[in-house]
Design a protein around this ligand. Structure first.
Ligand SMILES: Cc1ncc(COP(=O)(O)O)c(C=O)c1O
Length: 450
């Protein structure tokens, strides 16, 4: 038999938790002979927009299926020009097309940026689950910067950490609007962070993939505007245009980074030649101004806000649960640490054990636990995504009859997103059973074997 020797840094990487959960559920369904195992589950774990890709973008893809040639490494000219105008219109960023690189998703581009930059990475937590495995795979030095109670980066803490780091270059990963909290940084908060970074020559990767999902668009400010000489801004169509599967993102390089851009070009050419040409043509229509897209952004962010407000309010009603109030995205972070003693009493000692216990019968709740958000193992916070509903039907219902009052919005959630409503009730049931120390008995039944 052939033996394969795998590099240790690959073995050390864990499967990202959302994908791990998916595989786990699929295996579970296919392995379990009991009829009870054929359950659906409340899907609070998957970070995917529920809406269809805008029709105009779908049509553009169909119209460009014949584009079979490789494109320029950094992206086709028309697309970069369109992205430049899009950034001016939506984020007041003055960016020449020659500062833009298009790639197969921002995840890949973030990896490529980390790849070419020397230096120690500063990773604020809670964090999107994608960054740390990349940092580890690249064997980069990194330091965690835990958030304070407001669940944001504190500029004083940032400065203290920077002063301790020896490396001649440091890279801060900023994710704004934020996954998992749904929070948006104010201009003042960004300026404080930028001041520290400027003083100590720290570069920033500003992951702004959720920018267009900001519920009140005036609230979002790009770090690229505040610190243009040291910020890499990444964005794309995965979240705002519900087109994660298209795999298209872009990065805006800092001003005056010509030498670096050459190196980057070389690395992209070495790794993937170019981004899919038909997808790039489709993406032009995703970034071009059109009444159809304006309506799409307006309606989809309104719906995210309605679902987010409902989820926030419902979780806030449960004793001891502290959720963040989302201002963008389709996530919030719920803090269940009030129940720590109850968790321990039920033999649930880590956040991973928490996410495993809450998905088991009879709760069937999938969420992303704190360990995947790079929190301490015993931090019982979890990311709740509010996307488990039929996005296409919900858009139609919203356009037919947009809810105006508070009670109409609640009715809208009840009608369009019954699984969100049911799942949040079930979280409350789970916590009740946890308090009654009922959990261990139930989950130990033969109904579920993991
Ligand atoms: C914060 C954040 N950044 C980046 C990505 C990846 O985006 P893309 O599909 O452009 O690779 C995601 C996707 O979940 C995300 O949540």
């Amino acid at each position: 038999m052939t033996r394969f020797v795998i590099d240790q840094q690959v073995v050390d990487i864990e499967m990202p938790d959302n994908l791990r959960l998916n595989t786990f559920l699929q295996e579970f369904h296919s392995d379990c002979p009991q009829p009870q195992c054929d359950f659906g589950f409340y899907g609070f774990a998957f970070g995917q927009s529920p809406f269809p890709v805008p029709k105009i973008v779908q049509q553009a893809l169909i119209d460009n299926v014949d584009k079979g040639k490789y494109a320029d490494v950094s992206g086709i000219k028309k697309l970069k020009e369109t992205i430049s105008i899009y950034n001016k219109k939506n984020f007041q960023l003055d960016v020449k097309p020659n500062r833009i690189f298009v790639g197969p998703g921002t995840k890949e581009l973030i990896f490529n940026i980390l790849e070419i930059l020397h230096g120690t990475v500063i990773l604020p937590t809670p964090s999107w689950l994608g960054y740390l495995p990349q940092i580890r795979l690249l064997r980069k030095n990194y330091h965690i910067l835990p958030a304070r109670a407001n669940v944001k980066i504190n500029s004083k803490d940032l400065e203290h950490l920077i002063l301790r780091l020896q490396d001649r270059q440091k890279i801060l990963i900023l994710n704004n609007p934020n996954n998992p909290t749904g929070l948006v940084y104010s201009q003042l908060e960004l300026e404080e962070i930028a001041d520290v970074c400027k003083s100590y020559n720290v570069l920033i990767i500003s992951d702004e993939i959720y920018a267009m999902t900001t519920y009140d668009s005036k609230q979002f400010v790009s770090m690229g505007k505040i610190y243009p000489e040291g910020t890499f801004v990444t964005n794309g169509i995965s979240k705002s245009h519900a087109a994660g599967g298209y795999r298209l993102g872009y990065v805006i390089f800092p001003e005056n980074a010509n030498g670096l851009k050459k190196q980057f070009n070389k690395i992209l050419a070495t790794e993937y030649t170019s981004t899919s040409t038909p997808i790039q043509h489709a993406a032009i229509s995703a970034f071009e101004e059109s009444p159809e897209l304006d309506e799409y952004f307006e309606v989809t962010t309104k719906i995210h806000q309605i679902m987010g407000d409902y989820t926030f309010n419902r979780l806030s009603e449960i004793k001891g649960v502290k959720p963040t109030k989302p201002q963008a995205t389709f996530y919030l972070l719920a803090n269940f640490n009030h129940y720590s003693d109850e968790f321990y009493a039920n033999k649930i000692n880590t956040s991973q054990e928490f996410s495993e216990s809450i998905i088991k019968h009879p709760y069937h709740i999938a969420l992303v636990g704190g360990d995947s958000l790079v929190l301490e193992r015993n931090d019982f916070s979890a990311r709740i995504a509010f996307v488990d509903y039929n996005g296409k039907k919900t858009i139609q219902n919203y356009i037919k009859n947009p809810p105006k009052t508070h009670s109409e919005r609640i009715e809208f959630v009840n009608t369009n997103a019954p699984k969100i409503v049911g799942g949040l009730n079930m979280i409350e049931n789970y916590l009740d059973d946890l308090k009654k120390h009922n959990l261990y008995k139930i989950t130990n039944q033969d109904i579920f074997h993991s």
